[in-house]
Design a protein around this ligand. Structure first.
Ligand SMILES: *Cc1c(COP(=O)(O)O)cnc(C)c1O
Length: 480
């Protein structure tokens, strides 16, 4: 069994095994013609349940054959131009190279003595990102597992900076289309059930700053503590960007921590054309960025940045065995001092390889392309009487619904749209997402693939209309 351990004597086996896997995946990708096979849970589950985990195959080729059956063949493919559903991007090849390297070396980024250059590379990328945001000379941050963890950590720092033991008095302000991890964080942080004040949005799905000003004032009047405002730079549902400069002004006036959730909109940090859409982000106290959403990085790759490095001390604990206090005086960089995690992947390497091979402009150009695609898609939808489209895109998301002229019952239109999404998924021809707007069911394209064309968008819209019409036709038959 020792021959399976990676070391100097097994380097050749490692090369052969990984190459075999890479070749399988490459062949699989070359043969993929749909984003999904449409397989149902009940069809796939028995294949996985049927495998006896106590009887290994002892043969990589046989295991790869089996993997084709239980996973690869029916995987949902984000790289396919007709995968238009969630905030998943196709990944860039330099990042995959980084992934291969980081798992083989297996550095752990909690301490210098488990990572050496890994720690320094991560710190350079944090500094690079903070500089792109414009956070100033005292900025810092750390890589995280994702936007959810970044938001949690940012709100932990905000809670500590609010400097009160009366957790029930703390309030967080966020728009009604902010990410649900804000609510989850409030709960994890021990805040009261009323902690998150949900604010309305304007016609463009941006936080209403008049409402924010009113609620901040009310908070002060009621003797409560305005702990944080969460501004979203790229809402998950609409890609809308809250008015950051106005929010920054209000935060300054009320002494409130400004957190910008740019999990999605961070791609604009590299944009060649649309960087100004997130102007004001430089005034944040903390920022969430998900490179695995708009920097074309594989899951996971994310970070939380802060304006003032000193605030990260709220996440610091010293363990004798790991990062004893004296290491701080010895100026040994232990990233665990800043992180909610302990053992932690060297995810930063993927972004490093990407920047070194493609450059930030390369990433920005790809993200600009999907923003332009969304603008073209919006024009298609706005001109098409079969569809109602919600808001012109600020990033790369389109929310719309099929509205047949002959049907007036909104509940029936809801059902037709729900059916179209399901039928499309089951067909495997395309994958789209859904959400609710004003209590009604809508469909959603999140465009993150520069290979998707307006032709793909038009074709998927026709497929949606076809499935919805079929449903409505059958529904008429049922009624008569
Ligand atoms: C996706 C998303 C998150 C959560 O990020 P994960 O990486 O999925 O944990 C948070 N906020 C916004 C606005 C998002 O779109």
């Amino acid at each position: 069994m020792r021959s399976h351990l990676l070391n100097d004597t097994t380097a050749e086996r490692y090369r052969r095994t990984v190459t075999e896997g890479v070749e399988r995946v490459a062949a699989h990708l070359a043969a993929t013609d749909r984003p999904f096979t449409g397989i149902a849970v009940d069809a796939l589950a028995p294949r996985i349940d049927g495998i006896d985990l106590d009887r290994p195959l002892h043969d990589t080729a046989a295991v790869l054959d089996e993997l084709e059956e239980v996973y690869l063949r029916d995987a949902v493919h984000f790289h396919h131009p007709r995968y238009l559903a969630h905030l998943n991007c196709p990944v860039v090849i330099p990042a995959l190279l980084g992934e291969a390297v980081l798992t083989a070396i297996n550095s752990s980024l909690d301490t210098w003595d488990q990572s050496a250059g890994g720690t320094l590379i991560e710190r350079r990328l944090i500094d690079w990102t903070a500089a792109r945001i414009g956070l100033g000379p005292a900025a810092d941050g750390v890589f995280t597992s994702g936007g959810t963890q970044s938001n949690l950590q940012a709100l932990l720092l905000a809670r500590e900076e609010a400097k009160t033991d009366d957790l029930a008095s703390l309030r967080i302000f966020a728009s009604e289309v902010s990410h649900f991890s804000v609510q989850k964080s409030a709960k994890l942080l021990g805040l009261g059930p009323d902690a998150v004040v949900t604010l309305p949005v304007d016609h463009d799905k941006r936080l209403h700053t008049v409402a924010l000003a009113r609620e901040l004032e009310r908070c002060r009047r009621d003797g409560l503590v305005p702990m944080a405002v969460v501004a979203t730079a790229g809402t998950t549902d609409f890609g809308s960007i809250d008015p950051l400069p106005e929010i920054a002004d209000l935060c300054a006036r009320y002494g409130t921590w400004m957190h910008v959730d740019a999990a999605y909109g961070c791609g604009l940090l590299a944009s060649l054309k649309y960087r100004d859409r997130i102007d004001g982000i430089e005034q944040a106290d903390s920022v969430t960025v998900d490179y695995h959403k708009s920097f074309f990085q594989p899951v996971s790759s994310s970070a939380v940045l802060v304006r003032d490095a000193a605030t990260l001390r709220h996440a610091t604990y010293h363990a004798e065995y790991l990062n004893p206090r004296r290491t701080v005086h010895e100026r040994i960089p232990n990233q665990v001092d800043k992180s909610l995690q302990t053992t932690r992947r060297f995810d930063a390497l993927k972004l490093w390889m990407t920047l070194r091979v493609m450059g930030a402009d390369g990433i920005g150009q790809l993200f600009d392309e999907v923003c332009d695609l969304a603008a073209a898609g919006w024009e298609l939808l706005a001109a098409d009487p079969r569809f109602d489209v919600v808001v012109a895109p600020s990033l790369s998301t389109l929310v719309f619904r099929y509205v047949p002229a002959a049907v007036t019952d909104p509940a029936e239109i809801d059902r037709a749209n729900l059916h179209a999404r399901k039928a499309l998924f089951a067909s495997g021809d395309a994958v789209v997402a859904g959400t609710k707007v004003g209590g009604r069911h809508y469909l959603k394209f999140t465009l993150l693939n520069p290979e998707t064309t307006t032709g793909d968008i038009a074709a998927v819209l026709d497929l949606i209309a076809g499935h919805a019409e079929q449903y409505l036709g059958e529904s008429l038959d049922r009624a008569s």
